[in-house]
Write a protein that binds this ligand. Structure first.
Ligand SMILES: [Ca+2]
Ligand SMILES: [Ca+2]
Ligand SMILES: [Ca+2]
Ligand SMILES: [Ca+2]
Length: 425
């Protein structure tokens, strides 16, 4: 029985603590805003409800996109399993993917405001359907209904990747396809953009599913503060480049306050030509962060991997001249922060940090100390640390091919890219 791994998450409802809606300048652009639910989280992000003889549930067994989807409950003859949601929509199109495996008289019925729009029985593979809706509050219903005899196939219906023509009520720093669920939690399953520093809202950002694409592109703020970030199941996040306006002293940095950044192996955080600070309070996890950078660097050293990467470093026009340098701040020869010994670097990207922070910086290819320059200190570090064949090597001590071992390749790269005339990044 396919329901074996299913988890009933559709009751009770999670409360939705909305914020005021972002003012959208034109009706035209407003129409493009949607809210996607691919059922990728372990509970209801949107206010779904389920009723009938058995509830629908989240299942990992059969999905259209991502890791999980919704599945009808196991019902008998003359019974039904109903999934329902009320949403305030703009005028536009609601769409979803559905699958049915049943006897032909056992059917999935789709209704809007109690009016039936379609029904499907028998073997129906994943297929997308779209329906027009007016602006207003509508109730959308998917009911799996069995007639008075016989069962065939899996005797169930599935739903995934539902898109509503509306934006949820979001705080002013975020726009697009996301849900602000209160308790500082932001859920992203479609295209969403952070347009300003969330500052005091310090969100815990969850992005899940292949459709989840978070762009961090603030209009004026350079430092973007979040509590945590987790990318699951094919999601991506991009800290957008400032392009030609970028300078060594003026670019973006993502600051993760609560040391927690989690990126699945099929997900990607693209820093482009920006930086990342991960603050920690306990032991920290610099090696885990370096592993994510290593994943982004990839086996070919082309920055085309998942994990933490840079599409600017990966660009063919960059000729391999850039890298994401990573260090545990307290282990740098010249740490950053106002409490750093020597006080050489009172801030990192304008952010006053303490010694317990993992830093990832877009920089010149062999900038080991993360000051943006290739300079004598980098050479001193490399020459002091290099010990061919030694394992446990880190970027900040000269493992510039990010394989965890000091090898002749590191020396070759260091010598090839060592150039004190390079502009500071
Ligand atoms: Ca899904
Ligand atoms: Ca039947
Ligand atoms: Ca340097
Ligand atoms: Ca190496």
């Amino acid at each position: 029985m396919l329901a074996g791994d299913a988890v009933d998450i559709f009751t009770p409802l999670k409360s939705f603590a909305g914020r005021r809606k972002l003012q959208i300048e034109s009706l035209e652009s407003r129409r493009l805003l949607t809210t996607t639910d691919g059922f990728e989280f372990a509970y209801n992000v949107l206010p779904w409800s389920s009723h009938g003889d058995q509830n629908w549930s989240i299942t990992p067994d059969i999905t259209h996109g991502g890791r999980t989807g919704a599945m009808s409950g196991v019902v008998d003859d003359n019974q039904s399993s109903i999934l329902e949601i009320s949403q305030s929509t703009d005028a536009g199109t609601v769409s979803f993917w559905r699958k049915v495996s049943s006897e032909s008289f056992d059917i999935l019925i789709f209704s809007i405001d109690g009016i039936e729009y379609a029904e499907w029985g028998g073997e129906q593979d994943w297929q997308q359907f779209s329906y027009s809706v007016d602006a207003g509050v509508h109730t959308f219903t998917w009911e799996y209904f069995k007639d008075d005899s016989l069962a065939q196939g899996s005797d169930a219906a599935w739903l995934d990747d539902v898109v509503f023509p509306s934006q949820q009520d979001l705080p002013p720093w975020i726009t697009g396809d996301a849900v602000w669920a209160g308790s500082h939690e932001l859920y992203v399953q479609g295209d969403a953009t952070i347009v300003a520093d969330p500052a005091g809202d310090v969100p815990i950002i969850y992005a899940a599913g292949p459709a989840a694409s978070l762009t961090i592109d603030p209009t004026t703020d350079r430092r973007i503060h979040v509590a945590q970030m987790a990318l699951f199941s094919g999601a991506t996040a991009t800290l957008a480049s400032m392009g030609a306006a970028r300078t060594a002293s003026d670019h973006r940095v993502l600051v993760v306050n609560d040391e927690s950044i989690s990126i699945d192996a099929d997900c990607k955080l693209d820093l482009t030509d920006n930086d990342l600070i991960v603050n920690y309070s306990g032991a920290g996890n610099a090696s885990g962060m370096e592993a994510l950078v290593r994943l982004g660097f990839g086996p070919n050293g082309d920055w085309l991997g998942n994990g933490i990467t840079s599409s600017v470093a990966a660009a063919p026009s960059s000729n391999g001249n850039y890298a994401l340098a990573i260090a545990d701040n307290k282990n740098l020869t010249n740490p950053f922060g106002s409490d750093a010994p020597g006080g050489l670097n009172p801030k990192f990207d304008g952010e006053n940090i303490d010694q317990t922070a993992v830093l990832i910086k877009f920089t010149n290819r062999v900038d080991l100390d993360l000051n943006g320059l290739v300079d004598a200190n980098d050479a001193a570090i490399f020459n002091g640390a290099f010990s061919e064949g030694d394992a446990g090597a880190t970027w900040m001590a000269g493992d510039v091919d990010l394989d965890g071992v000091y090898g002749s390749n590191d020396a070759a790269i260091f010598n090839s890219f060592y150039d004190e005339s390079l502009a500071q990044l």
